[in-house]
Design a protein around this ligand. Structure first.
Ligand code: MN
Length: 233
């Protein structure tokens, strides 16, 4: 039997609505600028840009337990820390070169997520043509709520997303407004990476991204998925 020099950390486990089992998170793939109005607010042109992706580490997932207020630590090294409300798809099956037509069969379930971003540091990285990790891939930067099984989340790809901060609406749109559909995202990602069970895909944020400060309470909901409530501490 292999023996490790220290005990490897188990994966982050996402709660599943209606089950006591956990979904083991692997990688977190994220798409950029996937809603036209958000692409414009970030200085891009949604008509011309091919999709692009980045990643967050699998152990950078912060779980929001069912119905509970989660506490999210304000990270060091930023004074412009942004929320991005996103639909998260969790894969039960992986593969390479997955055809778009069969892609959604790879999805185990869906959750409400927040792609938390050090926008000031991301902006510097863009200007200097450097990678985005400091801006995007911080500890706990992928906040994810409980998973709802895909079979019980009918209509989620044309559902309303809404994020409030301290009760005021900051982001409101429909998942139907994605530029690149979830099926297209899975198909394109699988041309570059071998996808695997446990992978999460953060499917992009609509317009209205903005900063939070300590003490703010974010509430995110997407269709009938379990909503999330997160206080920035
Ligand atoms: Mn995002």
């Amino acid at each position: 039997m292999t023996s490790y020099i220290f005990a490897p950390k188990p994966p982050v486990g996402l709660p599943i609505v209606g089950s006591s089992k956990l979904f083991p998170a692997r990688r977190v793939y994220c798409i950029g600028r996937n809603y036209a109005a958000h692409a414009r607010e970030m200085g891009g042109n949604p008509d011309r840009e091919p999709p692009f992706f980045f990643m967050k580490p699998g152990d950078g997932v912060q779980v929001v337990p069912n119905g509970k207020l989660a506490r999210h630590p304000y990270p060091p090294g930023t004074s412009d820390y942004h929320h991005e409300l996103e639909l998260v798809a969790a894969l039960r099956k992986g593969g390479r070169d997955i055809p778009e037509s069969g892609a959604l069969a790879h999805v185990y379930g869906y959750a409400v997520g927040l792609d938390m971003t050090r926008r000031d540091r991301q902006g510097e990285a863009k200007k200097l043509q450097r990678p985005w990790e400091i801006g995007k891939s911080g500890d706990k930067s992928a906040i994810v709520g409980p998973l709802t099984l895909a079979a019980k989340a009918g209509g989620i790809l044309a559902a309303e997303l809404e994020l409030t901060v301290n009760g005021a609406v900051r982001q409101k749109a429909s998942t139907a407004d994605m530029i690149w559909s979830l099926a297209e995202q899975i198909a394109i990602l699988s041309q570059y990476f071998t996808l695997a069970p446990g992978d999460l895909i953060m499917t992009g944020t609509p317009e209205g991204v903005n900063a939070v400060i300590k003490g703010d309470v974010m509430e995110g909901r997407i269709g009938e998925l379990q909503p999330i409530r997160v206080r920035v501490d």
